[in-house]
Design a protein around this ligand. Structure first.
Ligand SMILES: [Zn+2]
Ligand SMILES: [Zn+2]
Length: 453
């Protein structure tokens, strides 16, 4: 018997945890954290007592499923779930976004984790630049690329690349002893590598799946996200930046390599230089030498610079200190004084956590602030209010240039039509029942209730 159980991503965007069981072989696809997991019972300094009791508080509020043979001994010590040897064979991660990978840290480190080669590069860089705060556990990480096939008991898993707002994103075609299951991960068609998503769709269609587990972030009667292409973002940003003689500050998710490349291109065409943080520089450096990823190198690209912060103890931030040490000798490494004195020559990347740098940079009144989000994160009211307060305080000219990391509802439904599975299981969506308009056989899976394929 082949069973699927969704432990996350049911009726919500993100937090995917999909268990596939074929006889004794048990494999998770994604193991992410829901965006608002803690919001109901915790706030501000009222936080789960994870460092003392591991998963105890999460289990109490059913925020994590109580499953034997899944979690690491350290996280079970303070709970009433006894540690037992792993009863799972592997976890596959579709891409390195928080809502798909973050809970790997709780998973028994004896369970191997499969992920794309580029996703693993992101994982390693993320672990270093978060100074250990983002920890994905000491698993054996095994990498794959499109064309590889992974055999696990009766299962054969075929990862195929898709385009999404981070490199190393995959969907999976899973051949089981009783038919084929396809899982899309997160995908889009309007990105620079929409052709990769089309490769996945045609491979999935050839496999004639019994079940398609399909993301539906933008499946909604009221989709606020625009279908602007990466090229559209680049053009809009270019128009805005070429029309100002002041500093241009841009804000977007720091692991979106496509967006990095777009703003490098905008810098080139507007005669500016694109300034990225040491954290971003670390990731882009990690991608140098990977022929599959077109990542600019801020230390050699004539239109890029690396920004280092003033820090009382830079040795406590080793990845950034590497650049701090180069500050005098490399003309690619700069600090706030340089940005303050060359405002009309620069595009400055500042994600939300970096807004404090504006205090030292002192952008002149009317400087441009382009928010260029691509993530599924819901607008967080608190963050939004804080961001707007900064914009107002510095008298910045606030503009948007959005591009979603996800396919539109029409595109998702078109993909379902082309793959033509016997059954569709919506995931990563607030509106699973809307899938009924694209398929006669929609399974509205309930959280933690297994269904047979
Ligand atoms: Zn997601
Ligand atoms: Zn994603």
């Amino acid at each position: 018997m082949v069973k699927i159980t969704l432990y996350g991503g049911v009726g919500e965007i993100g937090g995917n945890k999909i268990l596939l069981e074929d006889g004794d072989t048990r494999v998770f696809f994604d193991f992410g954290e829901p965006f608002h997991m803690k919001d109901k019972f915790f706030v501000d300094f009222l936080t789960p007592r994870e460092s003392r009791f591991g998963l105890r508080d999460y289990f109490h509020f059913d925020l994590m499923p109580r499953i034997a043979g899944l979690y690491d001994e350290d996280y079970l010590e303070g709970t009433d779930l006894k540690y037992t040897e792993p009863e799972f064979d592997a976890a596959f991660i579709s891409h390195m976004h928080f809502d798909h990978a973050m809970h790997l840290k709780y998973m028994d480190r004896k369970i191997p984790v499969y992920l794309g080669a580029a996703a693993d590069t992101i994982r390693r860089s993320w672990q270093i630049t978060s100074l250990g705060r983002s920890d994905f556990g000491e698993h054996e990480f095994r990498t794959f690329r499109t064309g590889d096939k992974v055999k696990l008991g009766p299962l054969e898993v075929e990862p195929v690349h898709v385009d999404h707002s981070t490199p190393g994103a995959y969907g999976f075609i899973i051949h089981t002893s009783e038919g084929c299951v396809v899982y899309t991960g997160d995908f889009r068609l309007h990105g620079p590598r929409g052709d990769m998503t089309l490769d996945f769709v045609s491979r999935a269609a050839e496999a004639r799946p019994d079940v398609l587990v399909c993301e539906g972030t933008r499946v909604s009667d009221n989709d606020p996200r625009e279908n602007m292409s990466e090229e559209g973002v680049r053009k809009r940003a270019e128009g805005l930046i070429s029309a100002t003689d002041k500093l241009a500050v841009v804000s977007f998710y720091p692991k979106d390599v496509d967006r990095m490349r777009s703003f490098r291109d905008v810098a080139k065409s507007t005669g500016r230089r694109f300034v990225v943080s040491a954290k971003v520089a670390h990731l882009l450096k990690a991608f140098q030498g990977d022929p599959h990823i077109d990542a600019p190198d801020p230390m050699t690209d004539p239109n890029m610079l690396v920004y280092v912060r003033h820090m009382a103890r830079p040795e406590k931030v080793p990845y950034e200190n590497e650049y701090v040490k180069m500050a005098g000798s490399s003309d690619h490494v700069i600090g706030s004084d340089y940005v303050r004195d060359h405002q009309d020559e620069l595009i400055f990347h500042a994600d939300f956590m970096q807004l404090t740098e504006l205090i030292d940079i002192k952008p002149s009144k009317g400087s441009l602030f382009v928010r260029s989000k691509s993530e599924p994160f819901e607008e967080d009211d608190v963050q939004e209010a804080v961001l707007q307060a900064w914009v107002e305080w510095f008298k910045l000219d606030f503009q948007n240039a959005h591009a979603s990391g996800h396919a539109s509802m029409a595109e998702v439904f078109d993909v379902v039509g082309r793959i033509a599975p016997a059954k569709v299981v919506p995931i990563h969506t607030e509106n699973p029942s809307l899938f009924r308009s694209c398929s006669h056989q929609v399974v509205l899976a309930e959280k933690m209730i297994p269904f047979v394929i």
